[in-house]
Design a protein around this ligand. Structure first.
Ligand code: GDD
Ligand code: MN
Length: 385
């Protein structure tokens, strides 16, 4: 009998059905993006564990191969028995993309996102979870709960004047993309159903820091949103990763969302850098002319200065995530210069063609400039970065 059953199973190539193993499925997956947060991991896990006492939760730490070994600390905490998992991403950087990756690996149906540095008040996690679980009959079905610094009872903590201004400027710009329904679309602290992430993920830009704004503008369905106030606390240990480049990434996100993905944000930045290069070119030229240098010599020097500056700016801003260093940068520089020279030729030939057909120097000039911008951008993207 036994032998017969085995034989027929083998015949149809089926595998034995494994016995289901009981497992505690978490209600909430908390995604924590980290970069150099080693000193914050244990205090954070301890604080979350006590704030979520009696609930089933897991924490997914998504670490971009931090030089301080944050991922090692996260694994150590997991091995101590805390419900922590760690995704160590190698050769990648970015808060938003880290959050998306964490959310995509969540086992729970509800996903919370918070920072590792204790600036987000973990005591809000339980009430936020209850709202998404629909435990507040007055609210009914809630899709997204945002912890907001801009509601009564919330606050920015000890931010200085300039950071407050920058944040409020960024918040006003976000209205272009999502309107004004949410008081803190820049919050890094929120909770939603995993299905909200799943529905939006194909459209997510994943650029830079503003994952919530990205999610709000990419969701195919209107979401029922509730905001709860909190006060932004001081960072426990380590330092903020926010720098001026984050502004460029924010510009990326806005361009991408406003153009509905039709204009590559990189191309816009590349063109802005090109425009700056032109201004620098003219300034250098004017300066050299003022010293009485011969025109062609001045023009050659101005061209080299402008191209070099453009290369550097594109390297650190436009193609930040693929920044070239050392030997690669020198090699890339020469290809870039060659590409730009070919681009100038393309510019001249298109402008020449245009002026023969349409008698407008402005049109011909613009056609030439667009041609060389597109040409330089394509070659740079393909061969330099
Ligand atoms: N994986 C990964 N990759 N994590 C990152 C990266 C990265 O490139 N950059 C930053 N992080 C992590 C940090 O380690 C931290 O846990 C969290 O993202 C927030 O980074 P901070 O550098 O502490 O940002 P902040 O305090 O200036 O601003 C935060 O709070 C604001 C208010 O909620 C961010 O969350 C902002 O988006 C938010 O507006
Ligand atoms: Mn922080």
């Amino acid at each position: 009998m036994q032998a017969e059953a085995t034989a027929s199973t083998a015949e149809i190539g089926a595998v034995e059905t494994p016995v289901a193993r009981p497992r505690l499925v978490p209600t909430l997956s908390i995604v924590v993006p980290t970069y150099n947060e080693k000193g914050n991991i244990r205090p954070l896990v301890a604080a979350v564990a006590s704030a979520l006492e009696g609930r089933l939760w897991e924490m997914i730490i998504v670490d971009d191969d931090s030089p301080d070994g944050t991922w090692r600390e996260a694994l150590a905490v997991a091995r101590d028995g805390f419900p922590v998992r760690c995704i160590r991403r190698v050769g990648r950087r970015g808060l938003s993309s880290a959050v998306v990756e964490g959310a995509m690996s969540a086992s729970a149906e509800i996903v919370g996102v918070m920072d590792a540095d204790m600036q987000h008040d973990e005591k809000l996690l339980a009430p936020m979870l209850d709202l998404v679980l629909g435990k507040d009959p007055a609210q009914g079905q809630v899709d997204l709960v945002i912890a907001s610094r801009h509601l009564d009872g919330g606050g920015l903590g000890d931010w200085d004047q300039s950071r407050r201004k920058m944040s409020s400027f960024a918040t006003s710009l976000s209205k272009l993309v999502i309107g004004g329904a949410v008081s803190d679309p820049m919050s890094g602290f929120f909770m939603t159903r995993r299905s909200v992430f799943d529905a939006a993920v194909p459209e997510l830009s994943q650029q830079g820091y503003k994952i919530l704004l990205d999610l709000l503008s990419s969701s195919p369905q209107p979401l029922k949103i509730i905001e709860v106030p909190y006060v932004f606390r001081d960072r426990l240990s380590g330092e903020s990763k926010l720098d001026v480049m984050i502004l460029a990434e924010y510009a990326f996100l806005l361009i991408d969302k406003l153009s509905h993905g039709f204009v590559p944000p990189r191309f816009v930045l590349f063109s802005i850098v090109g425009g700056l290069g032109l201004i620098v070119h003219l300034l250098v030229l004017q300066l050299l002319q003022a010293t009485g240098a011969p025109f062609l010599q001045s023009q050659a020097i101005a061209t080299i200065v402008a191209m070099t500056l453009n290369f550097i700016l594109n390297n650190v801003v436009t193609y930040r995530s693929q920044m070239l260093r050392g030997k690669d940068a020198v090699f890339g520089y020469f290809i870039f210069v060659t590409a730009c020279s070919l681009g100038a030729l393309a510019n001249l030939s298109v402008a020449n063609l245009a002026i023969q057909n349409v008698e407008s120097w402005a049109f011909a000039g613009a056609a030439g400039a667009i041609m060389s911008a597109v040409f330089n951008f394509s070659v740079s993207t393909a061969f330099v970065w």
